[in-house]
Design a protein. Sequence first.
Length: 87
Amino acid sequence: MLFFTLNNVIDISALSFSFLELMLRSMSIVSLNIANLHRWVELISWETAVDEQKFRRDLQMSDVIYRYISSSESGFDCPKRTVFTQQ
């Protein structure tokens, strides 16, 4: 399992998508709790956002990550459910 904590702050919007894919694959993840990933991004972004636009960008990036990882091409085992709400 992959767990994100507030002690390991990463600005997801600053990371390239290919780097994220490489990082996730290199860790041999069997299961990824996507709801926790989204909540983590939401908490970190809200506390560190310069403005609402950056916050929304971070949420969009977490949605992109979710859609890719939950796709059959990714090879990851994760829930096939939508946990993100775009407002």
